[in-house]
Ligand binder design. Structure first.
Ligand code: ZN
Ligand code: MN
Length: 491
């Protein structure tokens, strides 16, 4: 089945209801309850000790740095951050040698926050709790899938790595919004330094709870949890597919079963996992080896004071800078510039007098490069001035932008080097007069024509001037000259 064939969207009489659970690995040097290194990519089972292997008699000691990062994230998400209790979540799985996962249950570190998306919509965050990661199982043979593998290997390097699980409220209403939520959360994680949030390395993993309901209703119907979505593309496709599956079941008088499901990327469908257990099945109880966390007010205040500017703040600052300079930036443009970290550069160029609309257009379209560190606010403002004054064309401005990112030279200097040197007004006037003289009949039709005719013929003359100047002329300047000449001719 080809991934390029798009299945039809969910019918309009159904509404999509999505809540996301995102696990992120914290950027600590060591694991959550022992001193083993928290490092991706090391040789299997080299970062292990009695604690993270669950050997008898070993005792956990909580990593203060991990707690600090988790609380910082909580505050960045606007959560209430306070006392928390570690609990044992009991179940057997080979990659979890203690037979329980240390997590937080009824008293998580962070509750009741929200995340603001670029379109202005706010998605509620129910909780963000600390827990330990499990080891990693690799299935050998049978294409690496559990059902037809010959055997499994387990790497415990990841066992005990600190995680925060961020649980959204079921307030996401489209696959696009689900992707936007994860992208935004990633922006917050990077800004706060809480996680490197690399989906491709598994340091950010997404589970999607999906259900549908008749449009306009506020009921919550049976949901399925799609586990371990490892890219934004998979997330979007899986959510759309699952929603259609539910709508079809309900429409047939049937209903989905509450269960976890796996996303099959190759076939573009979800397949059933285990039927979903309730919290009761895990026999949660407070971990007797760990004391409750009890941050005081001063600790939380210090976290707040140290919070960086977050993506949503930066977007609104950029929008305000554009508005102050006389133009609106679209939410998409603002989100993109903030994601690339180019918002401060734009704001500084505007401060230096650059035209906001042209600046944003140039940046969005022409500075999607890895390394733009050589582009300065002054250089950007100078480039935009060359374009708005008609000294270079839009096409030339694009080339200048690329060359500035590469060399860091001033745009005027690059323009000279590339032969973009501005046509002087006098040179352009001479060319325009030559074209008029060489097309006297057409010029007479232009002078006596109605508005539509003049517009059409202005296009003809501009085209002739562009050809004669090899595209160096500025179209607006040519139009101005034609106007002046026709006013003179008519008088
Ligand atoms: Zn260890
Ligand atoms: Mn979890």
């Amino acid at each position: 089945m080809s991934g390029t064939v798009r299945e039809p969207a969910l019918a309009p009489d159904w509404e999509l209801v999505v809540g996301l659970e995102v696990h992120v690995e914290l950027s600590t040097a060591s694991k959550l309850f022992c001193g083993c290194a928290n490092r991706f990519g090391d040789a299997p089972n080299t970062n292990v000790c009695p604690v993270c292997l669950g050997l008898p008699g070993s005792l956990p000691v909580v990593n203060a740095r991990a707690v600090d990062l988790a609380m910082r994230l909580g505050r960045a998400l606007g959560c209430t951050v306070g006392g928390a209790v570690f609990a044992r979540k009991n179940y057997f799985y080979p990659d979890m040698p203690k037979d329980y996962q240390i997590s937080q249950y009824d008293q998580p570190t962070s509750i009741d926050g929200s995340l603001e998306l670029p379109d202005g919509r706010r998605i509620g965050i129910e909780r963000a709790h600390i827990e330990e990661d499990t080891g990693k199982t690799v299935h050998i043979g049978g294409g690496g899938r559990i059902h037809d593998a010959d055997y499994a290997l387990i790497d415990y390097n990841r066992a005990g790595v600190p995680l925060v699980e961020i649980v959204s409220r079921p307030e996401i209403r489209s696959a696009e919004q689900a992707r936007s939520y994860v992208r935004e959360l990633r922006g917050v994680l990077l800004a706060t330094g809480v996680s490197d949030a690399r989906m491709e390395e598994g340091s950010m993993r997404v589970d999607a709870n999906v259900s549908v309901r008749p449009a306009g209703s506020d009921e919550l119907r049976t949901r399925c949890e799609i586990k371990n979505l490892s890219s934004l593309r998979s997330l979007g496709r899986a959510v759309e597919h699952e929603a259609r599956r539910h709508a079809a079941l309900w429409s047939d008088g049937d209903q989905p079963r509450q269960e976890t499901r796996h996303w099959d990327e190759a076939n573009g469908r979800t397949t059933p996992g285990r039927s979903k257990e309730d919290a009761d099945d895990y026999r949660y109880f407070q971990d007797p080896d760990l004391v409750p966390l009890a941050p005081d007010a001063a600790t939380v205040a210090a976290l707040d004071a140290a919070l960086p500017r977050l993506p949503a703040d930066r977007r609104s600052e950029l929008a305000a800078a554009c508005a102050a300079a006389g133009a609106a930036a679209s939410p998409e443009a603002a989100a993109l510039l903030v994601e690339r970290g180019q918002d401060d550069l734009v704001a500084a160029a505007l401060k230096a007098g650059a035209d906001p609309a042209v600046t944003v257009t140039r940046m969005v379209n022409d500075l999607a490069v890895e390394d733009w560190s050589k582009v300065t606010a002054g250089g950007l403002a100078a480039l935009v001035a060359l374009e708005t004054s008609g000294q270079v064309t839009a096409t030339q401005a694009k080339q200048l932008m690329a060359a500035m990112a590469e060399s860091g030279d001033a745009p005027e200097k690059i323009a000279e080097r590339l032969g973009f040197e501005a046509m002087s007004g006098a040179d352009l006037a001479v060319t325009v007069d030559e074209i008029i003289a060489g097309n006297a009949d057409t010029w007479q039709r232009y002078l006596s024509g109605d508005e539509a005719e003049r517009k059409k013929l202005a296009g003809f003359f501009t085209g002739q001037v562009m050809r004669a100047t090899k595209g160096r002329a500025d179209g607006a300047a040519v139009n101005r000259l034609l106007h002046e000449r026709s006013a003179r001719g008519a008088s």
